[in-house]
Ligand binder design. Structure first.
Ligand SMILES: NC(=O)C1=CN([C@@H]2O[C@H](COP(=O)(O)OP(=O)(O)OC[C@H]3O[C@@H](n4cnc5c(N)ncnc54)[C@H](OP(=O)(O)O)[C@@H]3O)[C@@H](O)[C@H]2O)[C@H](O)CC1
Ligand SMILES: [K+]
Length: 525
């Protein structure tokens, strides 16, 4: 699992080390210099003779860069430091002594112009304007400098390598927002632990490859992270693998109230997602047309009421009141009365405006940005789709707090929030996954996992959730998002790992469901 910690948690972890006079900045700077050199070599450049431009702000973030610049100068780099704030005194002294050429632009009439000129000769730009000490959007003149560099980079994408120190300057460190201009990085060398903004959209998209420099912040090992990203190993540990003694009720039965006469296909897609995820049985309850379609594709689905351990309600049901949405409401009331975990998708989300106001975290909402905006607005928090897209984590958390439910916000990076505990941010998806029906498949997958843990989540097995059980629905939802993304990559002809390159090819939602077993095989072995 990749764990990100807030700026405050990192400072708290630093405190005792700084009090004990541990040379954190020296460690950070050495790691930064090493990573800059590695980035140069990866691009096929020699370290010695490369020209490096340090963009130095007035805090310790700039200090890291100045000390790193001294190391790089000693390794034969030609290092320029553009000072855009009152520079860290020790760092400046070390840099000057090592032969770094210092350009004090604090009083310059046109600092953006001066920086652009230096940037034009340089093979690496080290962004050390602000780190975790940033408050809000970059102020002038930093904003202008960053805008000019970002424009230059956009026009000349194969140009300099951009290395951000700790975070790309100016991102919302704790919430992943972009309050103002930010220079996109190729590499972010982050100190001690990733910061939430390096995992959360939209800021995470500007961080490039995130490399963690170990500066010995051991206290973070025991701290609850602010944001997590599950990796394949976490999913392997979490996925319910049946043993020889299992039968369909121990594996989990999922009740599915999805699809309508208007949108019958969603029933098939949600059933496909659930069945490919692996569970004991899908019990489908719906009108004639979707039932026939489901049976045509999956004869194993049972279409009569009976015992169920978790529910998926709403895919393929419109948001407007209808007979079908009433059925969804009745199923939700029954599921809640039986303390069963539930996934609420599409039309089911529209029920949460006035009724079902106080939900347990075992209810997982799976909105996209527009649906989340509508839900929040219906709950008195006027919100647009753009508001959600600008700050997905904040809005997912707000919806979780207001409803009590776990919220899986779909997007290129899927964010999962519970009313408390860490957020999850899963970024396995490929652009090909943005296709009709992919959300129905995901709802079925989350439902199947909840069904697998259904008796546990209902408190039936142990009378109570295990100690980490409060976060279990969020973890399961994040695991489903990971496998959904990897299945899409597999179906698109890409390798399962999100870091691998290649363009791939289009996929349908059914292709994604069909590729879930292959994605799982790669994970479960
Ligand atoms: N603590 C340590 O020994 C270590 C820290 N590391 C690195 O340090 C930074 C955090 O350093 P800090 O000095 O606390 O803060 P920053 O450098 O991130 O930023 C502070 C300066 O930035 C100015 N500022 C703040 N917000 C803005 C803004 N929106 N626009 C422009 N300028 C801004 C601020 O000026 P003020 O006038 O607002 O006070 C400061 O000048 C951390 O990120 C690490 O890189 C080491 O890595 C480990 C040791
Ligand atoms: K920075």
């Amino acid at each position: 699992m990749i764990s990100a910690h807030s700026a405050a948690a990192v400072r708290a972890a630093e405190e005792p080390l700084l009090a004990a006079r541990r040379p954190l900045m020296a460690t950070a700077a050495f790691a930064l210099a090493t990573r800059v050199a590695a980035a140069l070599r990866r691009e096929g450049y020699r370290v010695s003779g490369s020209i490096v431009l340090l963009l130095v702000g007035g805090g310790n973030n700039g200090g890291d860069a100045l000390f790193a610049g001294a190391h790089l100068a000693r390794r034969g780099c030609l290092v320029h430091a553009a000072l855009l704030g009152r520079a860290h005194a020790g760092g400046l002294a070390a840099a000057t002594a090592a032969g770094v050429q210092v350009h004090d632009l604090t009083e310059d009439d046109d600092p953006a112009g001066a920086v652009l000129e230096l940037a034009g000769w340089s093979g690496v730009w080290v962004d050390a304007l602000v780190g975790i000490g940033a408050r809000g959007a970059l102020r002038e003149p930093l904003a202008r400098v960053v805008e000019a560099l970002a424009e230059e980079r956009a026009e000349n994408p194969g140009g300099a390598i951009v290395v951000a120190v700790d975070v790309p300057s100016g991102i919302g460190v704790d919430d992943g927002t972009l309050p103002g201009p930010v220079l996109p990085a190729d590499v972010t060398v982050t100190m001690g632990a990733p910061k939430p903004g390096l995992l959360l959209p939209p800021a995470a998209d500007l961080a490039g490859r995130v490399e963690v420099a170990d500066v010995g912040l051991d206290a973070l090992d025991d701290a609850v992270p602010a944001v997590c990203r599950l990796t394949g190993d976490d999913v392997t540990a979490l996925w319910p693998v049946p043993g020889p003694g299992d039968h369909k009720y121990t594996r989990g039965v999922l009740g599915l109230v999805a699809g309508s006469q208007t949108y019958p296909g969603a029933a098939v897609l949600a059933a496909a997602g659930a069945l490919r995820t692996g569970l004991g049985m899908v019990r489908y309850l719906g009108p004639e047309v979707p039932t026939a379609l489901v049976h045509q594709r999956f004869p194993e689905v049972v279409a009569v009421p009976g015992r169920v351990q978790a529910w998926v309600l709403g895919p393929g049901v419109g948001p407007e009141p209808s007979v079908r949405s009433e059925e969804v409401g009745e199923a939700l009331a029954a599921a809640l009365a039986a303390h069963r975990p539930v996934v609420l998708d599409a039309g089911a989300l529209a029920l949460l405006g006035e009724t079902f106001t106080d939900l347990p975290a075992t209810v997982v909402l799976t909105p996209h940005a527009g649906e989340l905006a509508a839900l929040l607005t219906a709950r008195g928090e006027e919100t647009s789709r753009e508001d959600v897209e600008d700050a997905p984590a904040r809005h997912a958390r707000l919806a979780a707090e207001i409803t009590g439910a776990t919220v899986l916000l779909k997007g290129a990076t899927t964010v999962v929030a519970a009313p408390d505990g860490p957020l999850y941010a899963q970024a396995e998806a490929t652009g090909w996954l943005a296709t009709a029906g992919a959300g129905d498949v995901l709802a079925g997958m989350v439902g199947a996992l909840l069904a697998g843990y259904g008796d546990l989540l209902s408190g039936e097995l142990h009378g109570a959730l295990p100690s980490d059980g409060a976060g279990l629905p969020a973890r399961l939802a994040a695991a489903a998002a990971l496998v959904h993304g990897r299945a899409a990559r597999t179906a698109a002809g890409l390798t399962g790992e999100a870091t691998a390159g290649g363009a791939g090819a289009p996929v349908t939602a059914m292709d994604v469901a069909a590729a879930v077993p292959a994605a799982l095989r790669a994970l479960l072995g």
